[in-house]
Design a protein around this ligand. Sequence first.
Ligand SMILES: Nc1ncnc2c1ncn2[C@@H]1O[C@H](COP(=O)(O)OP(=O)(O)OP(=O)(O)O)[C@@H](O)[C@H]1O
Ligand SMILES: [Mg+2]
Length: 456
Amino acid sequence: MRLPLFWKIFLSFWLAMLLMLGSGAFLISQLRENVIFTPLAMGEKKQLKYHVSRFESRQFRKRHFPHLAKAKHKRGEDTLYLLDNQGEDYFGRVLPESLSLLYHKAKKNGKAYRVQQGDTLLFGPARTRFDRQDFLLFIKREESPMRLLALKILIHKFSLLQLFSALLISALSCLLLAWLITRPIRMLQTTANRIASGDLSVRARPALGRRNDEFTDLARDFDTMADQVERIIKSQKNLLRDVSHELRSPLARLQVALGLAERHAPDAQAPFLSRIDLESNRLNTMIGQLLNLAALERGVVSEDRTRFDISEMLHLLAEDARFEAAAKNLAVVECVAEELPVEGYYQMLYSALENIVRNALRHSPPGSTVEIKASRDDDRIEILICDQGPGVAEQDLEKIFEPFFRPSSARERDTGGTGLGLAIAWRGIAANGGHCRARNQQPAGLCMAISLPVAL
Ligand SMILES: Nc1ncnc2c1ncn2[C@@H]1O[C@H](COP(=O)(O)OP(=O)(O)OP(=O)(O)O)[C@@H](O)[C@H]1O
Ligand SMILES: [Mg+2]
């Protein structure tokens, strides 16, 4: 499965953040397990004083002695410890470990502290004296189950809220981070796509604004590459135009000389001269096509835009095709909707479609059918020109639109073409706002699909 970089960055940052949050929470909970001594709160001081006064009242002691060790408190159950000078409990109970720690710390520093451990609070001491003996009073308070439950629910709710907000905040910050990192990549991608679709003037660096980092270095290198590509393509186009132009004049002189030679040459040389004539005509056509292609590449158009009905153009093409097809016993079938208005260059579109139809006729086996279909689909006109010939290898379906590209089978067969027809047709259709694609059809044959915008 292909996971876009944006989500990869987002998920990895988020995961890292959650791990950090988790380990932080774990560390804090570990710390909580440790015994931490803090000063007494006001209420706790009062509580100690109150119990000291109870102990020191004789009557109270007599009446309540068996219950002395326990006391009810609004917050829970209190257990009172009376420790003597050796740290032994007056009632002979085993001391909890944290109480021993609290006892020693208090004795050493001469101060009272409180220790909270989970649900249990320990605090003290307060000095008291009875039975002619000094004691230190400590109180252990166990939170009441109801209060504990309420507290737990509150903590639970609070921690859920905390968890939710931590998830939300970390997700938002990771989204922002992933967006910031992938933004320049998306910009570079947009630029690369525009260059690939033929707009060689576009550059990546200005789109990145004032930032200055590795991405801007990359954009600068990318622009250097785009400069080079633009230069090479421009010089290639100019070369194509200049060479074709330069070849035209010697060829014209050659054809004039040939005309003169044909008039004066003996009959025995006539077959050779007519061969030279044929080849020089081919050369002339090729040069004409090259100039046509070079002009299209530069966006030079020698005709005006007009509005016309392309269904009529297709009828004309079909008529011409039938005339040519008769020799090969081919059928030309038309299925063209009425009224397909187009605004564009009539001659340019006519030559483009003519080339495609002639290709179909050329590659059709005798006795087969060539189909010409056209229909309107919303704001597009879809034209299909299909034959029942051998088709084109799948890997060559896009390459046949490149100048001089001919599949090896075509080179060997010598179909007589120059290999420029589809390159010109493709550019001609594009200059009219359309596009053209080739695909093989079942059981055999090639289909050319041309799409053009409907004139408003
Ligand atoms: N209908 C088709 N069936 C099979 N192959 C085709 C078809 N149309 C085009 N091709 C292949 O695509 C190649 C390029 O076509 P293109 O029209 O550009 O050149 P061409 O027909 O050889 O020469 P020309 O410049 O005279 O048109 C052809 O050589 C041929 O191999
Ligand atoms: Mg052709």
